[in-house]
Design a protein around this ligand. Structure first.
Ligand code: TGC
Ligand code: FAD
Length: 392
């Protein structure tokens, strides 16, 4: 994919709803992705390697903590700017967006929101600059959709805590310097702890053999009697609403990100359909191809409008978790369906690394599962509209 011919599509002129600053930020991220990501992303995925040089670039374009206040090293931007950054990054690759959304929404957000001033000052500037990378440990081998059952726990030893347990499927774990870990205290209450690489008994083995998100590093977090200083407890939240609150922010970012992956597939399919000739005509001339392309841009346009509106609600602090669930579920599913149709339009070429399509399909198979599966989000909507909890 060294020749990146991507062009943005905005059928309903959603751009008119953005500020000049939004457009500037979006364009600079798009340029960075074209220059630094597109030339290497296919080979990174083929080799299942996270290109470490992306970290410096992500920090420079402001992708780490865009909405965290500037006094802590963040960008001080609004939620729409954050969404646009996620969209452009995921246009490049979902794994790239994952790295940035974990750092921003699952590590910096909880330290900013639930941490004290000392923790904010110690961690946030280094996370914003990419000097330190972070990860977020909620999922366990036996507790994915149902994190309330987690077994990781810590004991109060007087002047420190001792943490035991494990986490699985953790993005960025293999290279993270800092981990925000959710575990139960002796009363069974979920609390957040900040772990640092090098703490005795804390290890982060890498997960190998993924067919999805191959340019993103995934691993386990293993806690074997880890001695955690008391000052590493996040003081300002108790219970499952702590980690779930972070997920609101990350899921919101994913709802934008998925539009980026869908746009990349649509853009490639549209161009290919106009250039590829069969039976003496461009395949774009066949009604069946037009149906696919027309449905793709219709779904993308609906998602762009829905997500922009969600961004406005989020800026006003009015977006509910259920509204965010609806957007995450709709947009990721939309992107996956579009990626599959785009693969058809590319024929055999669609399975090669010459085009981004197969990589997006494989990536989106993770995105539709992590941060709450497709069905879990449906049940969250179901609970919201009926008032009846299907999880109990
Ligand atoms: P439930 O009893 O409903 O709620 C427990 C407490 O949490 C509150 N709450 C929320 N608070 C903030 N935001 C939300 N979205 C919230 N949802 C619930 C709730 O009000 C309650 O508070 P309180 O004060 O009464 O205690 O919880 P439940 O145990 O019944 O579970 C509900 C369920 C299934 C919806 C939830 O657990 C869930 O969302 N499951 C999916 C798990 C998930 O999304 N895991 C993601 C792991 S991280 C990840 O995937 C990162 S991928 C990173 C990347 O690479 O991008
Ligand atoms: P399960 O919970 O076992 O679900 C299996 C199936 O059962 C799903 O289809 C699900 O929808 C269905 N199901 C479960 N409960 C119900 C129900 N009540 N009703 C109907 N159907 C149900 N986690 C982190 O904490 N941090 C990370 O950084 C992170 N990164 C990830 C990166 C990757 C590449 C992947 C694949 C996952 C990552 N995760 C991370 C974990 C992710 O959040 C979980 O995989 C996800 O929440 C689902 O959990 P599970 O895989 O255990 O599936």
């Amino acid at each position: 994919m060294s020749n990146d011919r991507y062009q943005y599509h905005d059928y309903y002129q959603v751009d008119d709803l953005l500020t000049e600053e939004h457009k500037l930020i979006r364009n600079s991220v798009r340029e960075w992705v074209k220059k630094e990501v597109s030339p290497v992303v296919e080979s990174a995925c083929q080799k299942a390697e996270f290109p470490r040089q992306w970290i410096k670039g992500l920090a420079e374009i402001g992708a780490f903590g865009p909405y965290i206040p500037q006094e802590y090293g963040g960008g001080g931007l609004d939620q729409i700017a954050y969404g646009l950054i996620m969209m452009e990054l995921e246009r490049g690759d979902s794994g790239l967006r994952s790295t940035a959304s974990v750092q921003s929404s699952l590590v910096m957000y909880p330290i900013y929101t639930y941490g004290n001033e000392t923790q904010r000052k110690k961690y946030l500037p280094k996370l914003a600059s990419g000097e330190w990378m972070g990860c977020f440990g909620l999922t366990e081998p036996d507790f994915g959709s149902n994190p309330a059952g987690m077994l990781s726990s810590f004991k109060d030893m007087g002047d420190h805590y001792v943490l035991n347990g494990s986490k699985m499927w953790i993005s960025n774990a293999p290279f993270a310097d800092v981990a925000v870990v959710w575990a139960k205290d002796e009363t069974g209450l979920v609390r957040g702890l900040i772990l640092e690489r090098g703490m005795k008994g804390f290890s982060t083995p890498e997960t190998h053999g993924k067919w999805s998100l191959r340019a993103s590093a995934t691993g386990e977090l293993v806690f074997d009697n880890v001695k955690v200083p008391k000052e590493n407890l996040l003081p300002n939240v108790k219970g499952l609403k702590g980690p779930l609150g972070c997920l609101n922010s990350a899921r919101y970012g994913i709802s934008w990100g998925a539009i980026g992956a869908a746009l990349d597939c649509y853009d490639s399919a549209l161009r290919y359909a106009k250039e590829r000739v069969q039976f003496g005509k461009p395949i774009a001339a066949f009604q069946l191809t037009q149906k696919k392309l027309a449905e793709m841009i219709t779904e993308i346009t609906k998602a762009q409008v829905l997500t922009w509106r969600l961004g406005v609600l989020k800026n006003e602090n009015r977006a509910t978790p259920a509204q965010i669930s609806m957007a995450k579920r709709n947009n990721v599913n939309m992107a996956l369906q579009i990626a599959r149709e785009a693969r058809q339009i590319h024929g055999g070429m669609g399975i090669t690394g010459e085009y981004p399509i197969m990589r997006h399909i494989m990536n989106l198979e993770s995105v539709i599962t992590y941060e709450g599966t497709h069905d879990i989000h449906l049940l969250i909507t179901g609970m919201d509209i009926t008032g009846i909890n299907a999880f109990e």
